[in-house]
Design a protein around this ligand. Structure first.
Ligand code: GDP
Ligand code: MG
Length: 163
């Protein structure tokens, strides 16, 4: 049985972009528009010498906002329950937003190992957001760019003990 890694975070931070990079196929839908329908995806990931199962928590479904929040929460909780280690992702260009907090709370409450990925920091962007993310209480952030592959070796190093 390979280890399971769940990518957790609010919509639009870059979870599916990382999932696609890890799985190597365009299995997860990437979309600019918040709120498009996206399914939960699972794939076999390769990162350097590491092999593991990765879960992309997606999903906003078309629904009223009350049931939307509930569904996202349920999906996130399920993925966290299945995970041996969690990748918690933020958009460092936007910093910590109110919407990040409930996702961070679920991760903290799980007590599972977590790696904090401060995404979208290619080309020296998002430094304030990286600094801000220390305040989540999820450990030291790994500056990352899912789109450009920056920070991959640091992610590999952080993940290796759990795989
Ligand atoms: P998800 O909702 O968390 O799955 O986010 P997506 O992977 O769908 O990405 C949302 C948007 O952010 C898309 O427009 C991506 O192209 C963009 N994005 C993802 N990763 C990066 C990154 O490292 N840098 C930048 N600049 N944009 C990114
Ligand atoms: Mg997605």
């Amino acid at each position: 049985m390979s280890a399971t890694v769940a990518i957790i975070g609010r919509p639009n931070v870059g979870k599916s972009t990382l999932f696609n990079r890890l799985v190597g196929k365009k299995l997860a839908l990437v979309d600019d528009r918040p709120g498009v329908t996206r399914d939960r995806r699972e794939g076999e990931a390769a990162l350097g010498h590491l092999r593991f199962t990765v879960i992309d928590t997606a999903g906003l479904e078309e629904a009223d906002s009350a049931s939307l929040a509930g569904r996202m929460r349920a999906q996130t909780e399920t993925a966290i329950a299945q995970a041996d280690v969690i990748l918690f992702m933020i958009d460092a260009r936007l910093g910590i937003t109110p919407m990040d907090q409930p996702f961070a709370d679920l991760v903290r409450r799980s007590g599972k190992p977590v790696i904090l990925l401060a995404n979208k920091v290619e080309g020296n962007k998002g430094k304030d957001g990286v600094f801000e993310s220390y305040g989540l209480g999820l450990g030291d952030p790994v500056p990352f760019s899912a789109e450009h592959g920056e920070g991959t070796s640091d992610l590999l190093e952080a993940l290796a003990p759990f795989i």
